[in-house]
Design a protein around this ligand. Sequence first.
Ligand code: GLN
Length: 484
Amino acid sequence: MTKISNLGVVETLKGLNKKDFSSVEVTKEYLQLIENEKKLNAYIHFNTEKSLSLAELSDERRAKNEALPLDGLPIAVKDIFCVKGERTSACSKILENFIPNYESTVTSKLWQAGGVYIGKTSMDEFAMGSSNETSYFGSVVNPWSKEEEKLVPGGSSGGSASAVAARLAPIALGTDTGGSIRQPASFCGTVGMKPTYGRCSRWGIIAFASSLDQAGPLTRSVQDSALILQNMAGFDNLDSTSVDIKVPNFLDSCSRSIKGMKIGIPKEYKINELSSEVENIWNEGIRWLQDAGAEIVEVKLPHTKYALPTYYIVAPAEASANLARYDGVKYGYRKEDIKDLEQMYSQTRAEGFGEEVKRRILIGTYVLSAGYYDAYYLRAQKVRTKIVEDFNLAFKNCDAILTPTAPTGAFKVGEKNMDPVTMYMNDVFTVPASLAGLPAISIPSGLDSNGYPLGLQLIGKGFDEETLFSVGTILEKSANFKSI
Ligand code: GLN
Protein backbone atom coordinates (compact mmCIF):
# COMPACT_ATOMS: atom_id res chain seq x y z
CA MET A 1 0.00 0.00 0.00
CA THR A 2 1.20 3.55 -0.79
CA LYS A 3 2.43 5.43 2.21
CA ILE A 4 -0.30 7.82 3.29
CA SER A 5 2.17 10.69 3.34
CA ASN A 6 2.81 10.22 -0.39
CA LEU A 7 -0.78 11.21 -1.06
CA GLY A 8 -1.91 14.76 -1.71
CA VAL A 9 -4.83 16.39 0.07
CA VAL A 10 -7.46 15.27 -2.41
CA GLU A 11 -6.25 11.63 -2.37
CA THR A 12 -5.92 11.56 1.41
CA LEU A 13 -9.51 12.72 1.76
CA LYS A 14 -10.61 10.06 -0.76
CA GLY A 15 -8.76 7.38 1.22
CA LEU A 16 -10.35 8.57 4.46
CA ASN A 17 -13.80 8.56 2.90
CA LYS A 18 -13.31 5.05 1.50
CA LYS A 19 -12.09 4.00 4.97
CA ASP A 20 -8.73 2.82 3.53
CA PHE A 21 -7.24 4.37 6.65
CA SER A 22 -8.43 6.42 9.60
CA SER A 23 -7.50 9.97 10.57
CA VAL A 24 -5.67 8.59 13.60
CA GLU A 25 -3.51 6.49 11.25
CA VAL A 26 -2.87 9.46 8.97
CA THR A 27 -1.95 11.69 11.91
CA LYS A 28 0.30 9.07 13.50
CA GLU A 29 2.17 8.55 10.24
CA TYR A 30 2.86 12.27 9.90
CA LEU A 31 3.90 12.60 13.54
CA GLN A 32 6.34 9.73 13.09
CA LEU A 33 7.81 11.28 9.94
CA ILE A 34 8.20 14.61 11.72
CA GLU A 35 10.08 12.80 14.48
CA ASN A 36 12.34 11.08 11.90
CA GLU A 37 13.13 14.34 10.11
CA LYS A 38 13.84 16.52 13.14
CA LYS A 39 17.08 17.64 11.53
CA LEU A 40 15.11 19.81 9.11
CA ASN A 41 13.92 21.91 12.07
CA ALA A 42 10.71 22.62 10.12
CA TYR A 43 8.44 22.36 13.18
CA ILE A 44 8.95 24.14 16.47
CA HIS A 45 5.94 23.14 18.51
CA PHE A 46 3.54 20.20 18.83
CA ASN A 47 0.70 18.99 20.95
CA THR A 48 0.55 15.32 20.05
CA GLU A 49 -2.26 14.61 22.48
CA LYS A 50 -4.42 17.35 20.99
CA SER A 51 -3.67 16.24 17.40
CA LEU A 52 -4.59 12.63 18.14
CA SER A 53 -7.74 13.51 20.00
CA LEU A 54 -8.83 15.77 17.10
CA ALA A 55 -8.14 12.85 14.75
CA GLU A 56 -10.22 10.54 16.94
CA LEU A 57 -13.13 12.99 16.91
CA SER A 58 -12.85 13.18 13.15
CA ASP A 59 -12.97 9.38 12.84
CA GLU A 60 -16.08 9.35 15.02
CA ARG A 61 -17.79 11.90 12.75
CA ARG A 62 -16.91 9.85 9.69
CA ALA A 63 -18.21 6.68 11.30
CA LYS A 64 -21.54 8.47 11.81
CA ASN A 65 -21.50 9.66 8.17
CA GLU A 66 -21.11 13.23 9.34
CA ALA A 67 -17.74 13.92 7.71
CA LEU A 68 -16.83 17.56 7.09
CA PRO A 69 -15.10 18.79 3.88
CA LEU A 70 -11.51 18.38 5.21
CA ASP A 71 -12.29 15.87 7.91
CA GLY A 72 -9.22 14.15 9.33
CA LEU A 73 -6.65 16.05 7.28
CA PRO A 74 -3.51 17.09 9.22
CA ILE A 75 -2.65 20.76 8.79
CA ALA A 76 0.65 22.41 9.76
CA VAL A 77 0.40 26.02 10.87
CA LYS A 78 3.02 28.76 10.48
CA ASP A 79 3.83 30.08 13.93
CA ILE A 80 2.28 33.45 13.09
CA PHE A 81 -1.34 32.22 13.32
CA CYS A 82 -2.83 32.32 16.81
CA VAL A 83 -4.03 28.87 17.75
CA LYS A 84 -5.93 28.87 21.02
CA GLY A 85 -3.92 27.32 23.82
CA GLU A 86 -0.86 26.68 21.62
CA ARG A 87 2.29 28.73 21.92
CA THR A 88 2.38 31.32 19.12
CA SER A 89 5.69 33.13 19.03
CA ALA A 90 6.21 34.40 15.45
CA CYS A 91 9.60 32.78 16.12
CA SER A 92 10.66 35.70 18.27
CA LYS A 93 12.13 35.67 21.75
CA ILE A 94 9.77 38.48 22.65
CA LEU A 95 6.77 36.16 22.23
CA GLU A 96 8.54 32.99 23.29
CA ASN A 97 5.95 32.20 25.95
CA PHE A 98 2.85 33.72 24.42
CA ILE A 99 -0.16 31.40 24.50
CA PRO A 100 -3.15 33.03 22.81
CA ASN A 101 -6.58 32.55 24.29
CA TYR A 102 -8.22 33.01 20.90
CA GLU A 103 -8.03 31.43 17.47
CA SER A 104 -7.23 33.11 14.12
CA THR A 105 -10.18 33.19 11.72
CA VAL A 106 -8.34 31.21 9.04
CA THR A 107 -7.34 28.36 11.38
CA SER A 108 -10.75 28.35 12.98
CA LYS A 109 -12.36 27.91 9.53
CA LEU A 110 -10.03 24.99 8.82
CA TRP A 111 -10.81 23.29 12.14
CA GLN A 112 -14.51 23.82 11.48
CA ALA A 113 -13.97 22.04 8.15
CA GLY A 114 -12.50 19.07 10.03
CA GLY A 115 -8.75 19.84 9.72
CA VAL A 116 -6.47 18.33 12.38
CA TYR A 117 -3.85 20.63 13.94
CA ILE A 118 -0.48 18.89 13.64
CA GLY A 119 1.99 21.51 14.84
CA LYS A 120 3.57 24.91 14.42
CA THR A 121 6.17 25.51 11.71
CA SER A 122 9.19 27.75 11.96
CA MET A 123 9.48 31.07 10.15
CA ASP A 124 11.69 34.13 9.97
CA GLU A 125 11.16 36.24 13.09
CA PHE A 126 7.93 38.23 12.65
CA ALA A 127 7.94 37.04 9.00
CA MET A 128 10.87 39.31 8.17
CA GLY A 129 13.29 37.47 5.95
CA SER A 130 13.73 35.34 2.86
CA SER A 131 15.76 32.43 4.19
CA ASN A 132 14.28 31.40 7.54
CA GLU A 133 17.63 32.21 9.13
CA THR A 134 16.18 34.92 11.39
CA SER A 135 13.99 32.46 13.34
CA TYR A 136 14.71 32.53 17.08
CA PHE A 137 14.56 28.73 16.92
CA GLY A 138 17.37 28.34 14.38
CA SER A 139 17.60 27.83 10.63
CA VAL A 140 15.26 25.49 8.81
CA VAL A 141 16.84 23.18 6.27
CA ASN A 142 15.56 22.79 2.72
CA PRO A 143 14.83 19.05 2.28
CA TRP A 144 16.41 19.18 -1.19
CA SER A 145 19.82 19.88 0.40
CA LYS A 146 22.61 17.47 -0.37
CA GLU A 147 24.68 15.95 2.42
CA GLU A 148 27.58 18.32 1.82
CA GLU A 149 25.63 21.59 1.53
CA LYS A 150 22.72 22.79 3.59
CA LEU A 151 20.34 24.98 1.65
CA VAL A 152 17.84 27.51 3.00
CA PRO A 153 14.15 26.74 2.40
CA GLY A 154 13.42 30.41 1.63
CA GLY A 155 11.34 32.58 3.88
CA SER A 156 9.57 33.65 5.75
CA SER A 157 7.24 30.61 5.58
CA GLY A 158 10.31 28.34 5.32
CA GLY A 159 9.19 25.81 7.92
CA SER A 160 5.87 25.34 6.12
CA ALA A 161 7.53 24.92 2.70
CA SER A 162 10.12 22.51 4.06
CA ALA A 163 7.45 20.48 5.89
CA VAL A 164 5.24 20.11 2.81
CA ALA A 165 8.16 19.30 0.49
CA ALA A 166 9.53 16.66 2.90
CA ARG A 167 6.04 15.14 3.35
CA LEU A 168 5.83 16.11 6.99
CA ALA A 169 2.36 17.54 6.31
CA PRO A 170 -0.02 17.31 3.38
CA ILE A 171 -0.56 21.06 3.63
CA ALA A 172 0.86 23.94 5.63
CA LEU A 173 -0.36 27.46 6.19
CA GLY A 174 1.80 30.42 5.33
CA THR A 175 1.53 34.17 5.20
CA ASP A 176 2.83 36.41 2.46
CA THR A 177 3.62 40.10 2.90
CA GLY A 178 6.15 40.47 0.11
CA GLY A 179 6.70 36.92 -1.10
CA SER A 180 6.82 34.76 2.02
CA ILE A 181 4.59 32.02 0.60
CA ARG A 182 5.76 32.13 -3.01
CA GLN A 183 9.55 32.33 -2.62
CA PRO A 184 9.88 29.41 -0.15
CA ALA A 185 7.45 27.44 -2.34
CA SER A 186 9.78 28.04 -5.27
CA PHE A 187 12.90 27.04 -3.27
CA CYS A 188 11.31 23.84 -1.93
CA GLY A 189 9.40 22.70 -5.03
CA THR A 190 5.90 23.22 -3.63
CA VAL A 191 2.86 25.18 -4.77
CA GLY A 192 2.43 28.45 -2.87
CA MET A 193 -0.65 30.64 -3.25
CA LYS A 194 -0.96 34.22 -2.05
CA PRO A 195 -4.60 35.20 -2.49
CA THR A 196 -5.90 38.69 -3.22
CA TYR A 197 -5.55 41.09 -0.28
CA GLY A 198 -8.90 40.86 1.52
CA ARG A 199 -9.70 37.29 0.40
CA CYS A 200 -8.67 35.65 3.70
CA SER A 201 -9.15 37.25 7.09
CA ARG A 202 -6.07 38.61 8.84
CA TRP A 203 -7.73 38.35 12.25
CA GLY A 204 -5.58 36.47 14.73
CA ILE A 205 -2.48 36.58 12.55
CA ILE A 206 0.44 38.39 14.20
CA ALA A 207 0.75 41.58 12.15
CA PHE A 208 3.86 42.49 10.19
CA ALA A 209 2.68 45.02 7.55
CA SER A 210 -1.09 45.22 7.71
CA SER A 211 -1.69 46.63 4.23
CA LEU A 212 0.20 43.70 2.69
CA ASP A 213 -0.20 40.61 4.93
CA GLN A 214 -2.25 37.73 3.49
CA ALA A 215 -2.66 34.10 4.49
CA GLY A 216 -2.42 31.26 1.99
CA PRO A 217 -1.67 27.55 1.58
CA LEU A 218 1.54 25.68 0.70
CA THR A 219 0.73 22.35 -0.91
CA ARG A 220 2.17 19.73 -3.24
CA SER A 221 -0.32 20.33 -6.05
CA VAL A 222 -2.46 23.04 -7.58
CA GLN A 223 -5.73 21.22 -6.89
CA ASP A 224 -4.75 20.81 -3.22
CA SER A 225 -4.09 24.55 -3.10
CA ALA A 226 -7.51 25.26 -4.60
CA LEU A 227 -9.30 23.01 -2.13
CA ILE A 228 -7.55 24.47 0.90
CA LEU A 229 -8.00 28.09 -0.16
CA GLN A 230 -11.68 27.33 -0.62
CA ASN A 231 -11.87 26.46 3.06
CA MET A 232 -9.74 29.41 4.29
CA ALA A 233 -11.31 32.26 2.33
CA GLY A 234 -14.36 34.37 3.00
CA PHE A 235 -15.58 37.58 4.58
CA ASP A 236 -14.90 38.18 8.23
CA ASN A 237 -16.42 40.93 10.32
CA LEU A 238 -13.37 40.90 12.58
CA ASP A 239 -11.05 42.17 9.82
CA SER A 240 -12.02 45.56 8.43
CA THR A 241 -10.04 44.92 5.24
CA SER A 242 -11.72 41.59 4.56
CA VAL A 243 -13.81 41.82 1.39
CA ASP A 244 -17.39 40.60 1.21
CA ILE A 245 -17.24 38.82 -2.14
CA LYS A 246 -18.37 35.35 -3.11
CA VAL A 247 -15.77 32.59 -2.84
CA PRO A 248 -15.99 30.69 -6.14
CA ASN A 249 -15.45 26.96 -6.52
CA PHE A 250 -11.67 26.97 -6.95
CA LEU A 251 -11.42 23.24 -7.54
CA ASP A 252 -13.59 23.59 -10.67
CA SER A 253 -11.21 26.16 -12.11
CA CYS A 254 -8.37 23.60 -12.05
CA SER A 255 -9.95 21.68 -14.93
CA ARG A 256 -10.81 24.69 -17.08
CA SER A 257 -9.20 25.12 -20.53
CA ILE A 258 -6.90 28.10 -21.08
CA LYS A 259 -7.46 28.18 -24.85
CA GLY A 260 -7.63 31.76 -26.04
CA MET A 261 -6.46 33.20 -22.73
CA LYS A 262 -3.92 35.97 -22.94
CA ILE A 263 -0.78 35.62 -20.85
CA GLY A 264 1.28 38.75 -20.30
CA ILE A 265 5.08 38.72 -20.21
CA PRO A 266 6.64 41.82 -18.66
CA LYS A 267 10.09 42.53 -20.08
CA GLU A 268 10.89 44.63 -16.99
CA TYR A 269 11.37 41.35 -15.10
CA LYS A 270 14.40 40.50 -17.27
CA ILE A 271 16.82 42.04 -14.79
CA ASN A 272 20.57 41.53 -14.53
CA GLU A 273 20.21 39.44 -11.39
CA LEU A 274 18.01 36.89 -13.20
CA SER A 275 19.97 33.65 -13.48
CA SER A 276 20.11 32.12 -16.95
CA GLU A 277 18.62 28.89 -15.59
CA VAL A 278 15.60 30.73 -14.27
CA GLU A 279 15.26 32.59 -17.55
CA ASN A 280 15.30 29.28 -19.43
CA ILE A 281 12.52 27.86 -17.28
CA TRP A 282 10.55 31.05 -17.81
CA ASN A 283 10.88 30.63 -21.60
CA GLU A 284 9.84 27.03 -21.26
CA GLY A 285 6.77 28.11 -19.27
CA ILE A 286 5.85 30.49 -22.08
CA ARG A 287 6.01 27.62 -24.58
CA TRP A 288 3.91 25.31 -22.38
CA LEU A 289 1.14 27.88 -22.15
CA GLN A 290 1.31 28.52 -25.90
CA ASP A 291 1.04 24.78 -26.55
CA ALA A 292 -2.09 24.72 -24.39
CA GLY A 293 -3.68 27.35 -26.62
CA ALA A 294 -2.91 30.56 -24.73
CA GLU A 295 -1.83 33.68 -26.54
CA ILE A 296 1.37 35.28 -25.30
CA VAL A 297 1.41 39.08 -25.23
CA GLU A 298 4.02 41.54 -24.08
CA VAL A 299 2.89 43.79 -21.22
CA LYS A 300 4.54 46.84 -19.75
CA LEU A 301 5.07 47.27 -16.01
CA PRO A 302 7.37 50.30 -16.12
CA HIS A 303 7.47 50.97 -12.37
CA THR A 304 8.66 47.45 -11.53
CA LYS A 305 12.16 48.65 -10.71
CA TYR A 306 10.78 50.82 -7.93
CA ALA A 307 8.76 48.04 -6.32
CA LEU A 308 11.53 46.64 -4.12
CA PRO A 309 12.63 50.00 -2.61
CA THR A 310 8.96 50.95 -2.18
CA TYR A 311 8.23 47.70 -0.35
CA TYR A 312 11.26 48.18 1.89
CA ILE A 313 9.85 51.54 2.99
CA VAL A 314 6.15 50.67 3.31
CA ALA A 315 6.61 47.29 5.05
CA PRO A 316 9.10 48.49 7.72
CA ALA A 317 6.98 51.62 8.32
CA GLU A 318 3.94 49.48 9.09
CA ALA A 319 6.06 47.01 11.04
CA SER A 320 7.48 49.74 13.27
CA ALA A 321 3.93 50.73 14.22
CA ASN A 322 2.68 47.14 14.63
CA LEU A 323 5.62 46.07 16.75
CA ALA A 324 5.34 49.03 19.13
CA ARG A 325 2.97 46.90 21.23
CA TYR A 326 5.80 44.60 22.35
CA ASP A 327 7.01 46.69 25.24
CA GLY A 328 7.17 44.22 28.11
CA VAL A 329 3.98 45.58 29.70
CA LYS A 330 1.05 43.58 28.40
CA TYR A 331 2.46 40.25 27.27
CA GLY A 332 5.57 38.51 26.07
CA TYR A 333 9.13 38.88 27.27
CA ARG A 334 9.92 41.45 29.97
CA LYS A 335 13.41 42.37 31.07
CA GLU A 336 13.71 42.03 34.84
CA ASP A 337 16.04 43.92 37.22
CA ILE A 338 15.62 47.30 35.62
CA LYS A 339 15.73 50.67 37.26
CA ASP A 340 12.80 52.47 35.65
CA LEU A 341 10.01 52.17 33.11
CA GLU A 342 12.01 53.57 30.23
CA GLN A 343 14.82 51.12 30.82
CA MET A 344 12.28 48.32 30.98
CA TYR A 345 10.93 49.28 27.54
CA SER A 346 14.31 49.69 25.92
CA GLN A 347 15.97 46.63 27.45
CA THR A 348 12.97 44.44 26.76
CA ARG A 349 12.99 45.44 23.11
CA ALA A 350 16.78 45.33 22.79
CA GLU A 351 16.88 41.77 24.12
CA GLY A 352 13.56 40.52 22.82
CA PHE A 353 13.95 41.34 19.13
CA GLY A 354 16.53 39.89 16.75
CA GLU A 355 18.80 41.93 14.52
CA GLU A 356 16.67 41.94 11.35
CA VAL A 357 13.54 42.93 13.24
CA LYS A 358 15.41 45.80 14.90
CA ARG A 359 16.72 46.90 11.49
CA ARG A 360 13.14 47.06 10.17
CA ILE A 361 11.89 48.97 13.22
CA LEU A 362 14.71 51.50 12.83
CA ILE A 363 14.09 51.94 9.09
CA GLY A 364 10.34 52.15 9.65
CA THR A 365 10.62 54.70 12.43
CA TYR A 366 13.05 56.75 10.34
CA VAL A 367 10.85 56.89 7.21
CA LEU A 368 7.86 57.92 9.32
CA SER A 369 9.67 60.57 11.32
CA ALA A 370 9.02 64.29 10.93
CA GLY A 371 11.28 65.66 8.22
CA TYR A 372 11.65 62.33 6.41
CA TYR A 373 8.00 61.31 6.12
CA ASP A 374 7.39 63.22 2.86
CA ALA A 375 10.67 62.18 1.28
CA TYR A 376 10.29 58.48 2.02
CA TYR A 377 6.92 57.23 3.25
CA LEU A 378 4.69 59.57 1.28
CA ARG A 379 6.73 59.15 -1.88
CA ALA A 380 6.67 55.35 -1.47
CA GLN A 381 2.87 55.48 -1.21
CA LYS A 382 2.71 57.47 -4.45
CA VAL A 383 4.95 54.95 -6.21
CA ARG A 384 2.74 52.18 -4.83
CA THR A 385 -0.19 53.80 -6.66
CA LYS A 386 1.88 53.89 -9.86
CA ILE A 387 2.55 50.17 -9.49
CA VAL A 388 -1.18 49.51 -9.05
CA GLU A 389 -1.87 51.56 -12.19
CA ASP A 390 0.75 49.60 -14.16
CA PHE A 391 -1.07 46.37 -13.34
CA ASN A 392 -4.49 47.87 -14.12
CA LEU A 393 -3.27 48.84 -17.57
CA ALA A 394 -1.49 45.52 -18.16
CA PHE A 395 -4.63 43.56 -17.25
CA LYS A 396 -6.59 45.41 -19.95
CA ASN A 397 -4.53 43.29 -22.33
CA CYS A 398 -4.11 39.97 -20.59
CA ASP A 399 -5.73 37.52 -18.15
CA ALA A 400 -2.64 36.62 -16.13
CA ILE A 401 1.04 37.50 -16.02
CA LEU A 402 3.84 34.92 -16.05
CA THR A 403 7.16 35.70 -14.37
CA PRO A 404 9.80 33.80 -12.42
CA THR A 405 9.10 33.62 -8.67
CA ALA A 406 12.64 34.51 -7.63
CA PRO A 407 15.77 35.46 -9.56
CA THR A 408 17.63 32.34 -8.39
CA GLY A 409 17.01 28.98 -6.76
CA ALA A 410 17.78 28.13 -3.12
CA PHE A 411 21.14 29.24 -1.76
CA LYS A 412 23.34 27.92 1.04
CA VAL A 413 22.64 28.55 4.71
CA GLY A 414 24.87 31.49 5.70
CA GLU A 415 25.49 32.62 2.11
CA LYS A 416 23.44 35.82 2.13
CA ASN A 417 22.52 36.59 5.72
CA MET A 418 25.37 39.01 6.32
CA ASP A 419 24.20 41.36 3.59
CA PRO A 420 20.60 42.56 3.92
CA VAL A 421 20.43 44.15 0.47
CA THR A 422 21.48 40.92 -1.26
CA MET A 423 18.86 39.12 0.82
CA TYR A 424 16.16 41.65 -0.14
CA MET A 425 16.86 40.96 -3.86
CA ASN A 426 15.11 37.60 -3.37
CA ASP A 427 11.81 39.47 -3.22
CA VAL A 428 12.24 41.50 -6.39
CA PHE A 429 9.63 39.54 -8.39
CA THR A 430 7.16 38.92 -5.58
CA VAL A 431 6.74 42.38 -4.03
CA PRO A 432 5.01 44.08 -7.00
CA ALA A 433 1.89 41.85 -6.69
CA SER A 434 1.95 42.37 -2.91
CA LEU A 435 2.01 46.15 -3.22
CA ALA A 436 -0.90 45.95 -5.68
CA GLY A 437 -2.82 43.47 -3.48
CA LEU A 438 -3.08 41.01 -6.37
CA PRO A 439 -3.28 37.21 -6.14
CA ALA A 440 -0.17 35.30 -7.22
CA ILE A 441 0.86 31.66 -7.18
CA SER A 442 4.23 29.91 -7.47
CA ILE A 443 4.30 26.61 -9.36
CA PRO A 444 7.30 24.24 -9.26
CA SER A 445 8.46 24.24 -12.86
CA GLY A 446 11.90 22.71 -13.11
CA LEU A 447 15.33 22.21 -11.59
CA ASP A 448 18.53 24.20 -11.76
CA SER A 449 21.86 22.61 -12.76
CA ASN A 450 22.43 21.50 -9.15
CA GLY A 451 19.12 19.68 -9.18
CA TYR A 452 17.28 22.20 -6.95
CA PRO A 453 13.72 23.41 -7.63
CA LEU A 454 12.73 26.57 -9.48
CA GLY A 455 9.24 28.06 -9.51
CA LEU A 456 7.29 30.20 -11.93
CA GLN A 457 4.90 32.87 -10.71
CA LEU A 458 1.49 33.70 -12.12
CA ILE A 459 -0.04 37.04 -11.12
CA GLY A 460 -3.78 37.54 -11.57
CA LYS A 461 -6.39 40.28 -11.49
CA GLY A 462 -7.83 41.14 -8.09
CA PHE A 463 -10.13 38.33 -6.85
CA ASP A 464 -9.38 36.23 -9.91
CA GLU A 465 -7.57 33.35 -8.22
CA GLU A 466 -9.60 31.09 -10.54
CA THR A 467 -7.50 31.98 -13.59
CA LEU A 468 -4.34 31.31 -11.59
CA PHE A 469 -5.60 27.83 -10.71
CA SER A 470 -6.52 27.13 -14.38
CA VAL A 471 -3.21 28.34 -15.81
CA GLY A 472 -1.26 26.92 -12.85
CA THR A 473 -2.65 23.45 -13.55
CA ILE A 474 -1.32 23.64 -17.13
CA LEU A 475 2.13 24.70 -15.92
CA GLU A 476 2.08 21.91 -13.35
CA LYS A 477 1.11 19.27 -15.93
CA SER A 478 3.63 20.48 -18.50
CA ALA A 479 6.48 20.74 -16.00
CA ASN A 480 5.76 17.26 -14.74
CA PHE A 481 7.78 18.21 -11.66
CA LYS A 482 8.83 15.33 -9.44
CA SER A 483 8.70 16.16 -5.75
CA ILE A 484 11.19 14.54 -3.40
N1 GLN B 1 11.15 38.57 2.38
C1 GLN B 1 10.27 39.68 2.54
C2 GLN B 1 10.62 40.46 3.79
O1 GLN B 1 11.54 40.09 4.45
C3 GLN B 1 8.85 39.21 2.57
C4 GLN B 1 8.45 38.69 3.87
C5 GLN B 1 7.01 38.25 3.92
O2 GLN B 1 6.35 38.15 2.89
N2 GLN B 1 6.51 38.07 5.12
O3 GLN B 1 10.02 41.43 4.10
